[in-house]
Write a protein that binds this ligand. Structure first.
Ligand code: COA
Length: 257
């Protein structure tokens, strides 16, 4: 079905594996187009409750945008590339179902940006992350200057973006970017484990959590958004089921509406 992706559906979790291991899974046009299609599948297929994005082979999650496709681009073409990349990564970030990045090796440049656009990140012990675009006379264009700053804070982002220095999975966890670091062979099973826990919760509430966290705002606006989404939960069957089940001392059975 895809040229550059492998997909498999297990326990309602779609595992999307970027499959160009000979190029360290670099994001060329085909990968970006196919990731877009795979995300449409996640949005629209009711049999998919959550997704894992990972990379093929033992070495890389994604080693960046495909540098060979940058050659000869002019300013407008560069901007079109960044806009398309940002639209895809926004689509991942705003997906109403949980998307986990399972970072199994190098996550550099566009790979680091891809991981940051997912809702949270698990990494293998051998993972190396970073935004080395400055080494190419470039800056991140798929949202990296914004999401890295949001997740790591201004000063750490400034240093990493300007130096192009890479950092380990353990350092990424210390920075608050990676939630869990596990041996490579356990990465997918641990990722599935947490998604299974999330899948046992009320799906509409989960999707509203994603919306509210994505809408994080220091001003009153974020709180007002939360009030509205909280109110929305009261008209769901899942909320009636969850509260009744608690009061009746039984396990809730959520239907997702
Ligand atoms: N774009 C296109 N091709 C890439 C790539 C990228 N971002 N990253 C790796 N590759 C290709 C290499 O060109 C090489 O292809 P070849 O075998 O046809 O020559 C293959 O993947 C293996 O990479 P290689 O560099 O030989 O592996 P390595 O173990 O020596 O080094 C890295 C690994 C990740 C340190 C190195 O590949 C690298 O620096 N990649 C670019 C990272 C980057 O700048 N990303 C941001 C892009 S905006």
């Amino acid at each position: 079905m895809y040229q550059t992706l492998l997909t498999s559906l297990e326990n309602e979790i779609l595992i999307i594996t970027i499959n160009r291991p000979d190029k360290l899974n670099a994001l060329n046009k085909t990968v970006m187009d196919e990731l877009n299609k795979a995300m449409d599948e996640v949005y629209n297929n009711p049999e998919i409750r959550s997704a894992i994005i990972t990379g093929a082979g033992p070495k890389a999650f994604v080693a960046g945008a495909d540098i060979s496709e940058f050659v000869g681009l002019n300013k407008e073409e560069g901007m079109v590339l960044a806009k398309k990349g940002q639209e895809l990564f926004d689509k991942i970030e705003n997906c109403p179902k949980p998307i986990l990045a399972a970072v199994n090796g190098f996550a550099l440049g566009g790979g680091c940006e891809l991981a940051l656009s997912c809702h949270f990140i698990y990494a293998s012990e051998n993972a190396k992350l970073g935004q080395p675009e400055v080494n190419l006379g470039l800056i991140p264009g798929y949202g990296g200057t914004q999401r890295l700053t949001q997740v790591l804070g201004r000063n750490r982002a400034m240093e990493l973006l300007m130096s192009g220095n890479t950092f380990t999975a353990k350092e990424a966890m210390d920075y608050g970017m990676v939630n869990n670091v596990v041996p490579a062979e356990e990465l997918i099973s641990k990722s599935k484990e947490i998604l299974m826990i999330i899948q046992s919760k009320a799906p509409v509430a989960v999707s509203k959590i994603i919306q509210c966290v994505n809408n994080f705002d220091h001003t009153q606006q974020g709180y007002e958004f939360e009030i509205e989404k909280f109110g929305d939960c009261f008209v769901t069957d899942d909320m009636k089921e969850g509260t009744s089940a608690f009061l009746e001392k039984r396990k809730a059975s959520f239907k997702g509406n």
